[in-house]
Ligand binder design. Sequence first.
Ligand code: MN
Length: 132
Amino acid sequence: MKVIRGGHNASASTPWSEHFTGTAWMDLVLREQLGEEGDGELVVTTVTFTPGVRTHWHRHEGGQLLLVVAGHGWVGSRDGGTQVVSAGDVIWTPPGEEHWHGATNTTTLTHVAVTLGETRWFDEVVDVIPSP
Ligand code: MN
């Protein structure tokens, strides 16, 4: 058992722009090996997207749970279109499903991301962004 006080490890927030349309800010909460070597990792992060910042298309080998804790944003998938999400919303993306997430054009979005296994990145989202 591990108790993590306050969700942050007293380290500086990390700017993250590779595979994003701008800079998102990430705080690592937890990183744990799953099962045996080669079974992948569980990674928990708190991510804050500034207005207009979104991920590129990507997928997670073991799926991903997003818990929206503040602000408003969008999530999109190849089949499910684009949806607005707000604080309190919970989004489960199954293993391998291509998707993206991020802030609307006018608001920030903060979510906790529980990510299972490796993430594979693809192109920027271009044609499915809702109008502001
Ligand atoms: Mn994701």
